[in-house]
Design a protein around this ligand. Structure first.
Ligand SMILES: [Zn+2]
Length: 492
């Protein structure tokens, strides 16, 4: 707990408890004892203020505020203790594919996995159904009965604790520092409560279980094959605490439950982790059939051949440079190699605003929303230029249309007849290449703005006003240039 975090409604923050621990500890311990026995009435302390923190300087819409829950510190201490117990078991409780909020796992792993899988499906033209759901607000609308039903694996005492904590929660909204009336919570989980993320993933895991069940009864199938390994993500077993001995693929090939079905049917701890079994916890029914005894011999060989190490199990990627999972390496492993794009390199190195860099790049490869491009995608009624009767292509707009042609003639820049890159236009003598390319970007941008003003607002710009815009933009961007380039630009 951060010592300086804000106190809850009772006004006592973490620093109070650490400073006066000698005085308050007997009372706190007594409180924990009565919580354990279920004799405490939490409704008096399970209270929180809800503060709305603006995300921007001028926040005028509810979505521009971030709700923050200020819980009473003693309540946080109780949930923190429960959380640290739950953390030990959570890995074996939720599915391997659940990566949010869990230490040692990252939510980006699933994004990488999904991208990886989709790419494979696309390449192999496998019929695929993608189901995308938004977890936004799901945190606030968790139904407690679903949580408790899911919590069947917990003992009764734990379920009572959860019920008690959830059912006694009260929140008051702080408005200009003044709390409103108390609202009894009936749904959702507290923001800022260390226990909430864990309860949330237990609920979210219900969906995962439903998908698994649908897979088992054959109504859902993997688009490729259940045997196809993910080419990018893999797991390296160290202490073996995050992997199920029987059900996970922690060894090459099938999970052990599939390889040794008879022995698995004799297991009394089907969800035991690799670590538990490695420590001698291969719990089996007392009497084994002869088939199970044969399988047991093989399983003992596997256990004996495997060494566990200190440290959390690693999610790794198949990359020679970084064995540890990292988004960049995963992207590099997934992204198909691209040919060198000279235009992109030139655009990206120019010392101009990023918006203009991207614009200039799109203009160079003719990907702007010109009428010709929109017409081709059936998004515009005609492909004709707003200023003349030629098709409104990038080439026409920036080089051949009346105003553009005048500008390039005035600068004495010959425009080639065949296809060309804007960065290859001949550099007029007084400009250096870099300064000239910045000028080209400014000219293209000014022509584009004048063209848009005509298309959308009916305003006609003259060559003079367009060139004035070029001058204005260059005088704004000159501060981005290196001193010699700036001096050169100033001379022009
Ligand atoms: Zn035109």
């Amino acid at each position: 707990m951060n010592k300086l975090s804000s106190p809850g409604p009772d006004g006592f923050g973490p620093s109070f408890f650490t400073t006066f621990w000698d005085v308050v500890s007997p009372d706190i311990i007594a409180m924990f004892d009565s919580f354990y026995d279920g004799t405490i009435d939490l409704s008096r302390i399970n209270r929180a203020f809800l503060v709305l923190l603006p995300k921007t300087d001028v926040a005028l819409h509810p979505s521009l505020f971030r709700p923050n829950s200020l819980q009473n510190c003693v309540m946080k201490a109780i949930t923190k203790v429960l959380t640290s117990r739950l953390q030990e078991a959570i890995h074996s409780m939720v599915d391997d594919d659940q990566t949010g909020f869990l230490p040692g796992r990252r939510i980006s792993e699933n994004i990488v996995y999904a991208a990886d899988l989709l790419r494979c499906c696309h390449l192999r033209k496998a019929p695929t159904l993608v189901f995308k759901i938004d977890f936004r607000k799901a945190f606030d609308s968790v139904n407690w009965s679903s949580l408790i039903a899911k919590a069947r694996g917990f003992d009764d005492r734990w379920c009572e604790w959860m019920n008690h904590i959830l059912a006694t929660g009260h929140t008051a909204i702080l408005l200009n520092g003044v709390p409103g009336c108390w609202i009894r919570c009936r749904n959702g989980l507290h923001q800022g409560d260390p226990l909430s993320p864990y309860l949330f993933i237990i609920v979210a895991n219900v969906l995962q279980r439903m998908i698994r069940l649908a897979w088992q009864d054959g109504s859902l199938a993997h688009p490729l094959s259940a045997e196809v390994p993910c080419p990018v993500l893999q797991v390296t077993i160290l202490d073996g605490r995050s992997k199920s001995f029987w059900l996970d693929k922690w060894l090459p090939g099938e999970p052990l439950a599939t390889r040794f079905p008879t022995l698995f049917s004799h297991s009394t701890r089907r969800h035991a982790t690799v670590a538990t079994v490695g420590g001698g916890g291969l719990d089996l029914q007392p009497r084994l059939t002869s088939a199970a005894t044969d399988e047991l011999r093989l399983v003992y060989c596997i256990i004996a051949s495997y060494t566990l190490w200190a440290g959390c199990d690693l999610r790794t990627i198949d990359s020679p440079s970084t064995p540890r999972f990292c988004s960049r390496e995963a992207y590099m492993a997934l992204a198909p190699p691209r040919p060198h794009d000279a235009s992109a390199c030139i655009s990206w190195r120019l010392r101009i605003p990023s918006k203009i860099r991207i614009f200039a790049y799109l203009a160079d490869i003719d990907r702007l929303s010109t009428r010709a491009n929109l017409f081709r995608k059936s998004c515009a009624p005609s492909d004709l230029c707003a200023a003349c009767t030629s098709p409104d292509t990038g080439r026409h707009l920036f080089f051949d249309c009346c105003m553009a042609a005048v500008i390039w003639t005035r600068l004495d820049v010959p425009i080639p007849d065949e296809e060309f890159s804007v960065w290859d236009l001949p550099t007029p003598l007084p400009f250096g290449t870099d300064v000239w390319r910045i000028c080209v970007a400014a000219i293209l941008w000014a022509i584009w703005k004048s063209r848009n003003d005509l298309v959308f607002n009916g305003v006609i710009h003259t060559t003079g006003s367009t060139l004035r815009r070029v001058g204005d933009d260059l005088s704004l961007w000159r501060w981005r240039l290196r001193p010699p380039d700036r001096a050169r630009l100033d001379e022009l």
